[in-house]
Design a protein around this ligand. Structure first.
Ligand code: FAD
Length: 470
């Protein structure tokens, strides 16, 4: 599989986005010897973690022409994973005891994640590859049957332009385009409604009765945040979640999903209970969206499936010139961005080969068929986790669970590009964190042995500020 070194080539590569995925993609591409230009529409690195009090004027984000605010981070947010397992493999997310402005907690706040990403960019001189305040407007093949890509962009001072690249790596994030629940007449409900994308602080909900739809990470955290000031918070949750939930907040109530809402402000849950509410907060997730991508209909997003993609990364007919980093949700994000980026970089250089287009398509079709036969909905195509630890998948048999196992996925990619497999402690920490279902997990834990194991590994990391041939 590995071609001789003299066939390894350097490519001119565009990276779209300088969030956690784009930063590590740029680094890995340069390490492999490619020339990299990253386009970032914000003024700084960090993507989602660039907190802003600003929100979009259309609080449910329905207007397609609205001004986009990228971040979905709320002020009180603390990470949902312990910092040791959250960082990149060779730049650990460790505490900075000499700097008292840093958050030393194991599950730090959003500012600390932002500082970590800024440190990472600085350590590896990534900023010099980034064109800030430059939005990519269109990405398309440079000509019919061309292997090159045209990238059209516009900077904040209004200057437009285009460049031609050998390859484009899409790292634009997928937590900005909200998804809403399908509830009859919801939009004519008279109260205030916002999507969690526009949630920042609980103050607007002081003394109000609030319904929170959704009980995943954001729904759980936001409902507790609002409960600190609201009169009552009612969570509408899928049954498996609401049966388990318990809370230290006496004003926080759990219900099954909403059946219907009425013009008098009432909200009726599936069990018939009625609540008159002032506001609804939709913590109902996000949609994949690539408004700049023009592939003549080859790459599509249908029911939140981005396809066809080989191993969530390469569209077979356009590979390796077009690739996507970071699509799988749930999985350990930064580690996944890093390993996918290594794979893309090594395929682009020719050091690692992809199967033929036909073989990749066969793999994708078989994957979709297996998801279907297991009853996993299309919208969960990019769902990667450790199924035995995730209630909705725990009934899968081991040979079925492989399909959506992040361990299998990471180790498969690692093998492709000759990288180490995921560390045992990282995997275990993740498994423990995704089982969390109480308010205390960020401040109480009993896996100190895993922390020690992580720090033993961190101590072995050599300085790796390697910039190669650009
Ligand atoms: P983003 O961070 O969204 O970055 C994408 C970048 O692309 C942005 O900077 C954007 O400006 C830029 N961009 C987009 N379109 C264009 C364009 N057309 N032209 C130029 N630039 C463009 N993960 C964890 O590991 N731990 C956590 O605790 C955690 N908490 C989370 C909490 C919330 C509320 C959410 C929504 C997600 C959380 N995540 C967490 C997951 C998080 O998405 C990832 O950690 C990660 O930050 C995503 O990085 P990204 O680079 O893929 O996307």
């Amino acid at each position: 599989m590995t071609p001789p070194p003299n066939s390894i080539s350097s490519r001119n590569v565009a990276v779209i986005g300088a969030g956690a995925a784009g930063l590590v993609a740029a680094r890995e591409l340069r390490r492999e010897g490619h020339t990299v230009t990253a386009f970032e529409r914000q003024k700084q690195v960090g993507g989602l973690w660039v907190y802003t009090p600003n929100v979009e004027p259309d609080s449910l984000n329905i207007d397609p022409d609205r001004t986009i605010v990228h971040s979905s981070i709320y002020q009180s947010l603390r990470t949902n994973l312990p910092r040791e397992c959250m960082g990149y493999s060779d730049f650990p997310f460790v505490t900075q005891p000499d700097d008292e402005t840093r958050d030393p907690r194991r599950y730090p706040d959003q500012r600390e994640v932002m500082r970590y990403l800024q440190d990472f960019a600085k350590e590896f001189d990534i900023n010099e590859m980034i064109r800030f305040e430059t939005e990519v407007l269109r990405v398309e093949p440079a000509a019919e049957n061309s292997r090159e890509w045209r990238v059209q962009f516009r900077s904040s001072n209004g200057v437009s332009g285009e460049d031609i690249f050998d390859a484009v790596v899409v790292c634009n994030g997928h937590f900005t385009e909200p998804r809403l629940a399908h509830i009859p007449v919801l939009l004519s409900w008279p109260g205030k409604q916002i999507h969690s994308h526009n949630y920042r602080v609980p103050d607007p909900f002081k003394d109000q009765v609030v319904i929170v739809i959704g009980n995943q990470s954001s729904g759980s955290d936001i409902s507790r945040d609002i409960a600190t000031l609201a009169k009552e918070v009612h969570i509408a949750a899928k049954s498996d979640a609401y049966e388990k939930e318990s809370s230290i907040y006496s004003n926080l109530h759990i219900h099954p999903t909403i059946d219907r809402v009425y013009a008098d402000g009432s909200v009726v849950f599936q069990d018939g209970k009625v609540v008159f509410a002032d506001a609804i907060v939709h913590c109902t997730g996000y949609k994949y969206c690539f408004p700049f991508l023009e592939t003549n209909g080859y790459v599509t997003v249908e029911d939140n499936r981005v396809g066809p993609l080989y191993k969530h990364v390469f569209p077979p007919a356009l590979a390796p010139g077009l690739s996507f980093i970071g699509l799988p949700s749930m999985a350990l994000q930064f580690f996944m961005f890093e390993i996918q980026s290594k794979w893309v970089a090594s395929v682009l250089s020719g050091r690692v080969k992809l199967p033929s287009e036909d073989k990749m398509m066969e793999d994708i079709i078989a994957f979709y068929a297996k998801l279907k036969s297991l009853g996993i909905p299309k919208r969960f195509t990019h769902f990667l986790t450790n199924p035995q630890w995730t209630p909705m998948f725990e009934k899968l048999k081991p040979h079925e669970a492989v399909l959506i196992s992040q361990t299998e996925y990471f180790n498969w990619i690692a093998e492709q590009c000759g990288s180490p497999s995921i560390e045992r402690w990282r995997e275990e920490q993740y498994n423990i964190a995704i089982k969390k279902d109480d308010e205390t997990f960020r401040d109480e834990w009993d896996d100190d042995d895993l922390i020690e194991e992580a720090y033993r590994d961190f101590a072995k990391i050599k300085p790796t500020k390697v910039c190669c041939s650009t």
